[in-house]
Design a protein around this ligand. Structure first.
Ligand code: ZN
Length: 170
């Protein structure tokens, strides 16, 4: 039974959940692993007289278990948060590169012209949709284009003359 004026355990948990969504996650995990037992069928005074059974367990032990579990959950949350931070950094990096490449290609930075429902280009934003931005073109596409042109020129050149010495032997 709860002393008058003090919140019940359920009220306390509810209030903690509202205050901190991370704590709510912890409580969810704890609750999933240890579903609440059936409420006692008799008043606490009677209960105090009962000898603690194996099922009831030692309250100190139960608290220690909950604390250990909370520490494990906290460690998992920290790990998940670290992962999220690194994903976020990678996403920012990829977005920056995507936007620069789209600017170099004169393409829609959202869909590259592949999404008819795109709010920016309505699917018309393929490369060349608008004039490339000079700085981005020079940085990303001009070197690749130059390399492409040189490789094509090399392929078009006639093959060098065969070795004259080898030719003489045949
Ligand atoms: Zn688009």
């Amino acid at each position: 039974m709860t002393a008058p004026g003090l919140p019940s355990l359920e009220e306390l948990m509810g209030s903690l959940r509202e205050q901190d969504p991370r704590l709510a996650m912890v409580l969810d995990v704890l609750q999933a692993q240890n579903p609440p037992r059936n409420p006692p069928q008799h008043p606490p005074q009677d209960r105090r007289a009962d000898r603690p059974s194996a099922q009831d367990g030692d309250p100190d032990e139960a608290i220690a278990t909950v604390i250990a579990e909370a520490a494990r959950v906290e460690a998992s949350l920290r790990e998940a948060n670290d992962l999220l931070v690194s994903f976020r950094a990678e996403l920012d990096d990829l977005r920056r590169r995507n936007d620069a490449l789209a600017a170099a290609a004169g393409s829609c930075y959202l869909c590259w012209g592949e999404d008819p429902g795109c709010p920016v280009c309505a699917g018309r934003g393929r490369p060349g949709w608008h004039p490339p931005e000079r700085w981005a073109y020079r940085r990303y596409l001009a070197p690749a284009h130059g390399r492409f042109v040189r490789a094509a020129a090399a392929r078009a050149r006639p093959a060098p003359d065969p070795d004259p010495a080898k030719e003489a032997r045949t």
